[in-house]
Design a protein around this ligand. Structure first.
Ligand code: FAD
Length: 309
């Protein structure tokens, strides 16, 4: 059987795309291998009408609603994919081979947490990456930012909207220019360059940071700006072009550099959020739907975006 669209990834991006494509009468199969990036968090914030909902519950409802229109789901990992002008092939971890006219990658990214004891336990609760997602709940606490250079200055000054007690921990040289140091001094943000040994965590609550010297500093929250990589092997297997920050390069319709392969969600943008992922899934799905229509007719619009409504 040849599916109209295979979607790899059942997070907010893939689920939104599945809903749109199923409602457009497309034969769509979603492959999903796990829980998604925000699974460690109990609540998802800044989600229209669903602020504070559980990420797992949002996914459960998203899947149920897409299934209601005929989308199908496989709890399986896609391990290989290839594509050409005729269509796409995807191989699952158990060896099953699937074929489709189009492939939509919504496989997300992986945060590479620093290897410091305590951090993983508190991740998503009091050790976090995004003030917009968690700042309100953690407001007013003595807060550490674990970062260096420009990223550290940005995150530390941004946090002043939520707390006036911010310390930048660089776990080594802070890599700050004289100007950047002056900005932090002016905003009363202390910089500590000493090596760290661990975070003191009770349950999922960060209570302090431990320096290699043995000193302990009390904090109630830590913000980390971890590097990321794309989740899974499909982007490399397909040879997708990347941006200079390593994300998948897409055009304004979410088409990648490889024929018949599209991408949406976190793996395509630095502005990574539940609702943004959903919005890009919506756009990608509409564009794929029209691309399939165009493939079956002589109507070839110069600009797919002009076909939106
Ligand atoms: C701790 C934390 C808390 C967050 N809190 C918020 C918040 O409050 N509000 C907010 O807006 N954003 C929040 N975010 C960001 C949000 O989680 C992401 O922006 C969003 O999940 C991106 O959706 P996505 O569909 O692109 O990817 P994901 O949600 O990561 O979903 C990708 C899916 O693809 C699957 N997958 C990957 N590879 C394969 C494969 N090869 N085969 C099959 N399946 C595969 C994965 O298993 C996963 O289910 C948070 C992030 C983190 C880390």
């Amino acid at each position: 059987m040849i599916h109209d669209v295979l979607i790899a990834g059942g997070g907010p991006a893939g689920l939104t795309a599945a809903l749109v494509l199923a409602r457009a009468g497309r034969n769509v199969l979603v492959l999903d291998a796990g829980k998604g990036r925000n699974a460690p968090a109990a609540h998802a914030h800044n989600v229209f009408t669903r602020d504070g909902a559980s990420p797992l519950e949002l996914r459960r409802i998203g899947r149920e609603q897409a299934e209601g229109y005929g989308a199908r789901f496989l709890d399986a990992e896609a391990v290989h994919a290839s594509a050409d002008a005729k269509g796409v092939q995807v191989r699952l971890a158990d060896g099953t081979e699937l074929k489709a006219h189009r492939l939509l990658l919504a496989t997300g990214v992986v945060d590479e947490l620093p290897d410091l004891p305590g951090l993983a336990e508190a991740w998503g609760e009091t050790a976090v990456h995004c003030p917009y997602c968690h700042g309100y709940e953690l407001r007013g606490r003595p807060t550490a930012v674990l970062a260096r250079g420009e990223r550290g200055v940005h995150l530390a000054t941004l946090l002043l909207g939520w707390t006036d007690q911010v310390t930048l921990l660089s776990d080594g040289p802070a890599e700050l220019s004289t100007e950047q140091q002056a900005v932090l001094t002016e905003r009363e943000i202390a910089v500590r360059e000493e090596r760290l040994s661990a975070f003191d965590v009770a349950g999922r609550q960060v209570q302090g940071v431990l320096f290699a010297s043995g000193e302990r500093m009390e904090v109630g929250a830590v913000y980390v700006s971890p590097p990321q990589h794309l989740r899974g092997s499909l982007p490399d297997a397909l040879g997708l072009a990347r941006t200079d920050t390593g994300l998948v390069k897409v055009d304004e319709t979410h088409r990648t550099s490889v024929p018949n392969v599209w991408a949406c969600g976190d793996l395509t943008t630095p502005m990574q959020a539940v609702q943004g992922a959903g919005a890009s899934g919506l756009l990608a799905a509409a564009m794929i739907n029209f691309d399939l229509i165009a493939a079956g007719t002589r109507y070839k619009p110069d600009n797919l975006l002009s076909t939106i409504s």
